[in-house]
Design a protein around this ligand. Structure first.
Ligand SMILES: NC(=O)c1ccc[n+]([C@@H]2O[C@H](COP(=O)([O-])OP(=O)(O)OC[C@H]3O[C@@H](n4cnc5c(N)ncnc54)[C@H](O)[C@@H]3O)[C@@H](O)[C@H]2O)c1
Length: 369
């Protein structure tokens, strides 16, 4: 018998429309049943566009629907944790946009509460669901690359190079006389998660953070503002399993979205996954062997791609359709969980260590929960 998953979504604006909702709509075992936004007109617009029957403006009213199996949280950052905790308390599986919280401790606690309630969690670490990144992970796990020596991770693009392009998710009450971590939080949480997924736990980090654009427009204030926004971070990583890592996040490096590049070098081979949309192609993957040192392109197989997509599909839809396909199938087929709230908390803990390493000008051991 084919079971379907009844899904509700909280937050019905741009990212929900572009990434989350198309993912559920494309899955043949999902019934998109409810949508909630404090702005009713947004909820109604998404209900009309995606054929969703129930519209709410209060998420508690939506969570009272006992027939919903899973709820997706696609709202601004500060609301991810409280809304997700309400979903967990209602006994439903939960998918949340990242970050769950900007401190690791409450995120670890949410992971514990989900475990106790027996519900599954998924964090929106979009890039784990890139076909190239998943293939790279398989090459590490199946020994294709051999013992892993080096892992290089970049997340960089020129989204905020123009000082008049408003910086989002910025606390306008931040002090103006010191560096405010930004790219390492916005981009770094994804990148650290990817590097930890590929290379295992981080043991220690050292880092340097800098402001490059001294005045910029920030959402919520008029005109250019003088804040020391961190627009670039570099970090060195010692992995617990022995590999060396280098990491960079940048808001001001010329290049297109999303701007992720992962290079993994092992005793038997090396691979480079490049998630940069160029000339209509979302990503590329290259592999070299120890005895054949030239990197050759590797195309994804049909299994790597969500049905109905190819590398010409815009990356938000391509990766999110894959993420949602994996989460729905995980739940319906009782598969092992991955990319959970616990992983989000670990990523936050490592980002915190990278920030501390800069301010304290020293190597920081990454703690254990
Ligand atoms: N994973 C990625 O690559 C990626 C990319 C883009 C955005 N995001 C994240 O996705 C989230 C949503 O992004 P967006 O651009 O659509 O944000 P947005 O602020 O444009 O929209 C959020 C919507 O949530 C609604 N909302 C706020 N609080 C609510 C509540 N308590 N109950 C119900 N509705 C509520 C708002 O009215 C709004 O319509 C953000 O956290 C953003 O950081 C992730």
């Amino acid at each position: 018998m084919t079971r379907t998953l009844k899904v509700g979504i909280i937050g019905a604006h741009s990212w929900a429309e572009k990434a989350h909702l198309p993912g559920y709509a494309a899955h043949d075992r999902v019934e998109l049943a409810a949508v909630c936004d404090i702005d009713r007109s947004r909820a109604e617009a998404m209900a009309a566009r995606f054929g969703i029957a129930a519209v709410y403006t209060d998420h508690r009213a939506m969570l009272a629907d006992a027939t919903l199996d899973m709820v997706d949280v696609c709202t601004p950052t500060a609301t991810h944790l409280p809304l997700s905790l309400d979903v967990i308390a209602a006994g439903k599986h939960v998918m949340s946009e990242k970050p769950l919280h900007t401190d690791a401790a409450p995120a670890f606690d949410a992971a514990r509460q989900a475990r106790e309630q027996g519900v599954r969690t998924k964090l929106g670490f979009t890039f784990r669901y890139s076909p190239a990144v998943r293939r790279l992970k398989r090459w590490i796990d199946d020994g294709t690359l051999g013992d892993i020596f080096h892992i290089h991770g970049l997340e960089q693009n020129s989204q905020f190079l123009d000082p008049d392009f408003p910086l989002r998710q910025f606390d306008v009450t931040s002090p103006r006389d010191r560096l405010i971590p930004a790219s390492i939080i916005g981009y770094g949480s994804h990148l650290v998660d990817l590097m930890r997924w590929l290379g295992g736990d981080f043991a220690a980090v050292a880092s340097s953070m800098r402001n490059f654009v001294p005045e910029r427009v920030v959402r919520g204030l008029d005109g250019r503002q003088r804040f020391q926004v961190e627009d670039g971070t570099v970090a060195l990583v010692e992995f617990a399993a022995g590999a060396q890592g280098m990491l960079q996040t940048s808001y001001v490096a010329v290049g297109n979205y999303p701007g992720i590049e992962l290079r993994v070098y092992g005793s038997k081979g090396a691979a480079v996954a490049r998630l940069v949309t160029e000339f209509g192609v979302a990503e590329t993957l290259h592999l070299a062997r120890a005895d054949d040192v030239e990197f050759r392109p590797v195309a994804p197989t049909a299994d790597d791609l969500p049905p109905g997509t190819d590398l010409g599909t815009p990356w938000p839809e391509l990766y999110f359709r894959n993420l949602i396909r994996f989460f729905v199938d995980e739940i319906l087929e009782d598969r092992p969980e991955e990319c959970t709230f616990f992983d989000g908390a670990k990523s936050q803990q490592i980002v915190d260590a990278i920030i501390a390493a800069h301010f304290e000008r020293r190597w920081i051991d990454v703690g254990r929960p």
